[in-house]
Write a protein that binds this ligand. Structure first.
Ligand code: FES
Length: 162
């Protein structure tokens, strides 16, 4: 059986479905609520919501993949949002990304094997004067170099493992 199949507790969706299943145009709201519950949108949840809302799984999957707010894989404990907007790009975001990817052995959009970090590159985070910038959960780190980024991750990792 695939990793994401038939393992979610679908009863957690009861209240959401009771409130929204028969409301026209509420698919995005339902998916948002489902993501709040599970942290992402597992495949079995997508199929279940399709069945309960009278949509095809392809339609629900189409909506889930179209909007960047939705995640189809579980996210690590620390979500790294690395800015690749213009200012950050010009100031070396690509090298920072490469260092992060090499250190965590992941690519953009993936989660490290220990479940501690997920990486998502994003457009401007709104603090270009600090470029290149990344946010890890609620914290902002600016003026990054590849080495500084790895040091920050090493520190968080040490804290998590302590
Ligand atoms: S371009 Fe990176 S914060 Fe604006």
């Amino acid at each position: 059986m695939c990793e994401n199949c038939s393992k979610s507790d679908l009863t957690l969706l009861n209240d959401v479905l009771k409130e929204f299943a028969s409301v026209r145009g509420s698919l995005i709201t339902i998916l948002q609520k489902a993501q709040e519950i599970y942290g992402y949108l597992p495949v079995d949840v997508i199929y279940y919501l399709a069945e309960k809302t009278g949509n095809t799984p392809a339609k629900v999957m189409g909506v889930a993949t179209f909007y960047t707010q939705f995640r189809l894989t579980p996210v690590g404990k620390n979500l790294i949002m690395l800015c690749k907007g213009t200012a950050c790009h010009v100031n070396g975001a690509d090298a920072v990304e490469k260092a992060i990817c090499d250190y965590l052995e992941i690519k953009d959009g993936e989660t490290s094997a220990d479940g501690l970090f997920s990486l998502k590159t994003v457009a401007c985070l709104g603090c270009c004067s600090l470029s290149p910038v990344m946010m890890i959960n609620e914290d902002t780190y600016g003026s990054l170099t590849p080495q500084k980024a790895v040091e920050i991750l090493t520190e968080i990792k040490a804290r998590e493992e302590a």
